[in-house]
Design a protein. Structure first.
Length: 211
């Protein structure tokens, strides 16, 4: 039984990276084929459209990058939820991309669902990782689990509130630019926060010696 469990954990990185790479590649292709060139570079250029496109691209890259980090740091036995989460990400990403050409409000709702799935994915990842003894050393270093979970949850709520505000108050040009611009800033902030937290955890400054 231990040998089977070991093989299952050894196969986990390959399973996740293969699956998430396929989903990410398909999402990139769908994004590129969905975007309307005239609204990016033509006479109908639209700053809101640009901001939606760049935010969506960041979501795709964040999904792939965070899965890479997770599989580098942790190993666990894959369960049914582990199979469901990547496909949930894929469906939400495709919906988000599809809605770029339709309505900013619905696009925000789709982005909110994506962030909610990210929150659940982090909870699942850290819960599964804690059950495996070989992850303890890394978990002792990377202690900011609650930060990324809270960040994902807050982001989901903010996207939901922004979409609701646009629906209730009307989609003014200024508000749409401000909200989609903020969505880009949130994605960049998440990337920077996780980068510096991991860097600080895994590359601590050497203790200064007193002479």
């Amino acid at each position: 039984m231990n040998a089977v469990r070991t093989r299952a954990k050894e196969a986990m990185p390959t399973f996740y990276l293969t699956l998430i790479s396929i989903i990410g590649s398909l999402a990139i292709v769908y994004l590129l084929t969905t975007l309307q060139i005239e609204r990016l570079f033509g006479s109908a250029v639209d700053i809101v459209y640009w901001l939606q496109a760049t935010a969506t691209l960041q979501l795709i890259l964040l999904m792939w990058h965070e899965y890479v980090m997770g599989t580098v740091f942790f190993k666990w036995v894959i369960g049914y939820i582990d199979s469901m989460v990547p496909f949930a990400f894929g469906l939400t990403l495709f919906a988000t991309i599809h809605l770029i050409n339709r309505d900013v409000t619905m696009w925000l709702f789709a982005a909110s669902v994506f962030a909610s799935i990210a929150c659940l994915a982090y909870i699942n990842q850290y819960w599964k990782a804690r059950r495996e003894p070989e992850n303890k050393a890394v978990l002792d270093l990377i202690t900011f689990h609650s930060v990324v979970i809270a960040f994902s949850l807050v982001t989901s709520i903010l996207f939901l509130l922004a979409g609701t505000a646009l629906m209730k108050l009307g989609s003014s040009r200024v508000m749409a630019v401000a909200i989609t611009g903020s969505a880009n800033l949130v994605c960049m902030a998440f990337s920077l926060v996780t980068f510096f937290l991991r860097r600080a955890a895994l590359n601590p400054e050497p203790a200064k010696t007193v002479t």
